[in-house]
Design a binder for this molecule. Structure first.
Ligand SMILES: Cc1cc2nc3c(=O)[nH]c(=O)nc-3n(C[C@H](O)[C@H](O)[C@H](O)COP(=O)(O)OP(=O)(O)OC[C@H]3O[C@@H](n4cnc5c(N)ncnc54)[C@H](O)[C@@H]3O)c2cc1C
Ligand code: FES
Length: 263
């Protein structure tokens, strides 16, 4: 699989909601070969602070324009600096990294994104939409804390012709509660596959629901990462069969049933 380490130009920076930023890079080599669920490691700053690259899911690509987007929340030093990167600035991107989602039939797919776990879902939704025949598209469930965070992102899915079922913690948009409530309510059949990314408790709940309903479930997990390439052993995730996998190189997307969820 092709991977590149490139200095690329930041061509657009958008504040989507409070502390949520979308960056667009001119990165044709990476954008052309990237698959939904893969990620990039970004070197932030030119000195030693922060020392390590930070991982971000690929949010969207436009191969014809050679652009790649990330969507992130400011949580610490690295993301704070990244949020203030200037259009025209050159940043070093490494990617695409990791294993992405395995795409099945668009009409038998249900995408569930929570919080910043929505980031890789747009890229996945676009690929499904491109593959869909006769307008058969996946179901999409998105959750966030409130409408301010969710509304701008829903627009991107609707622009692809997809209907979004929303859930918010404060009830300001869609279902007042969890994405898992919505997932339960739509009664998917066992011929569906759920594709999910979000906080670990959300992924665990989705895995258990799918297990009960005999539905295949793929999850994209987050873990602290230093190298992003399987070299530092920093991103170990425990497996149900015993032992560990590297989230960066064996994942970040796994069959939910392969992982140990009790830890
Ligand atoms: C494969 C992968 C894809 C990711 N995609 C996205 C994305 O699309 N959008 C997004 O907003 N974030 C994403 N993350 C998380 C993102 O990498 C971290 O938020 C970022 O590295 C924090 O850097 P920082 O320097 O701002 O924070 P730090 O100062 O390093 O940490 C601040 C806080 O964030 C926590 N944190 C740091 N890294 C992670 C992590 N990897 N997972 C969970 N908590 C972490 C720390 O424990 C600490 O509490 C992804 C992580 C992985 C592993
Ligand atoms: S981040 Fe180094 S092995 Fe995964």
């Amino acid at each position: 699989m092709s991977q590149f380490q490139k200095k690329v130009e930041l061509v657009r920076s958008e504040v989507i909601a409070r502390d949520v930023v979308r960056l667009t890079f001119n990165a044709p080599e990476i954008a052309t070969v990237a698959l939904p669920g893969q990620f990039v490691m970004i070197q932030i700053g030119s000195g030693q602070d922060p020392l390590l690259r930070r991982p971000f899911s690929i949010h969207q690509t436009a191969s014809s324009e050679g652009t790649l987007q990330i969507l992130f929340k400011v949580v610490g030093r690295g993301t704070e600096l990244l949020a203030h990167a200037k259009v025209g600035e050159q940043l070093s991107l490494l990617g695409p990294l990791g294993k992405g989602f395995v795409l099945g039939e668009p009409g038998k797919a249900c995408l569930v994104g929570g919080g910043m776990g929505i980031a890789p879902m747009l890229f996945l939704a676009s690929r499904f939409q491109q593959q869909s025949k006769k307008g058969v598209v996946p179901k999409v469930i998105l959750g966030a804390r409130n409408s301010e965070e969710l509304l701008p992102l829903i627009g991107d899915f609707e622009a692809l012709g997809l209907e979004v079922l929303a859930a918010t913690d404060d009830g300001s948009l869609g279902h007042h509660g969890l994405v898992t409530d919505v997932l339960k309510s739509i009664n998917l059949g066992p011929d569906f596959t759920v594709y999910s990314c979000g906080p670990r408790p959300m992924l665990a709940a989705i895995h258990h629901l799918c297990l009960k309903e005999n539905i295949r479930c793929q999850v994209s997990v987050e873990s602290l990462m230093a190298c992003g390439m399987g070299a530092c052993l920093g991103c170990a995730v425990p497996l149900k069969a015993g032992g560990y996998a590297h989230a960066c190189s064996d994942g970040p997307v796994f069959e939910a049933g392969e992982l140990l969820w009790s830890l």
